[in-house]
Write a protein that binds this ligand. Structure first.
Ligand code: HH2
Length: 291
């Protein structure tokens, strides 16, 4: 069974890992501004864990599709660190991930107890990031995106030829090379095709349809379909808060294709759906056997 090395732990990836999203930002596309006080953020984190999340992904900088406002490392640390430290103290064994593209934020988060760094730039934006993660032996999520923090959630760089997935795979392979060249152990790496990042809906749909090609790279695969635009477009749910059902469908299909890590806003319904889908899928040949 595949494992993901995260600090001193080896996470078994047979059963789907669910990460609850905790954005401590004023401007995230779906939950921005809801958890700005320390107390509100910690309570939301606690709720997501009680609802069945294996871990939390804490973010202090939005990449929203309307063009996010980049924040300084200092402001990002101010938003994240108290929440992270409080959750670490209250839930010593929860898996805590921090969503940042900045090595200075990652280093401080690691000191405050983060187990995983989720870099939505796939190590494109900060040359120190690989070294910081390698030294601390944290888990590292390499997500596919293009462009800067302000435009990676837009269509500014959403130009692809005939083989969208091939291009995503090639660019993700570049991210993996940057990580390993910087000393990150391959068993600490997870990859994420970055649904909605420099991708129109047709591109995100193509990536999900052909997710097996991403899985075939051999790294644990995370997907972040939760409440994204393509889910809204396919289901007719204009409001992000209405997109839970469609997001679950996307996650279940991703599980069937071999994804094992799911980043979600709505933990309880996703947990239940993925648990059922996983139990039904367990009787099929495993990805390794059928590849
Ligand atoms: N999506 C978002 C942020 N971080 N990380 C990974 N690995 N994969 C994703 O798909 C992903 C991510 C965007 O969603 P959200 O955090 O809800 O919004 P915002 O960027 O506006 O804070």
């Amino acid at each position: 069974m595949q494992q993901w090395r995260v600090r001193e732990r080896a996470l078994a990836l047979g059963h789907p890992l669910v990460f609850g999203i905790l954005n401590v930002t004023p401007d995230s596309f779906s939950d921005g501004g809801k958890y700005l006080s320390l107390e509100a953020a910690v309570e939301q984190g606690a709720l997501l864990l009680e609802e069945g999340a294996d871990g939390l992904d804490i973010g202090g900088e939005s990449t929203r599709p309307q063009g996010a406002t980049p924040v300084s490392a200092e402001e990002e640390r101010r938003r994240i660190l108290p929440v992270l430290a409080a959750l670490r103290a209250r839930f010593p064994s929860a898996i805590l991930s921090v969503d940042t593209v900045k090595s200075g934020v990652a280093a401080a988060a690691i000191d405050a107890g983060a187990d995983i760094i989720n870099d939505v730039s796939g190590l494109r934006l900060d040359p120190q990031m690989a070294g910081v993660c390698a030294t601390a032996r944290v888990g590292l999520v390499l997500m596919h995106s293009r462009g800067s923090v302000s435009d990676m959630g837009t269509y500014a760089d959403a130009q692809y030829g005939d083989d969208v997935v091939g291009e995503v795979i090639e660019e993700l392979s570049g991210a993996v090379r940057r990580a390993t060249d910087g000393g990150v152990s391959p068993d600490a790496i997870a990859i994420d095709p970055g649904l909605g990042f420099a991708k129109r809906s047709e591109h995100s749909i193509a990536v999900l349809r052909e997710l097996r090609r991403v899985v075939a790279l051999g790294f644990p695969v995370m997907v972040g379909a939760s409440r994204k635009r393509f889910v809204g477009e396919l289901s007719g749910a204009a409001e992000p808060g209405e997109r839970m059902h469609g997001s679950i469908a996307a996650n279940v299909m991703a599980l069937a294709a071999g994804a094992s890590i799911f980043r979600v806003h709505d933990v309880r319904p996703n947990r239940r759906a993925l648990d059922v889908a996983y139990a039904l899928r367990a009787s099929e040949p495993s990805i390794e056997e059928s590849a």
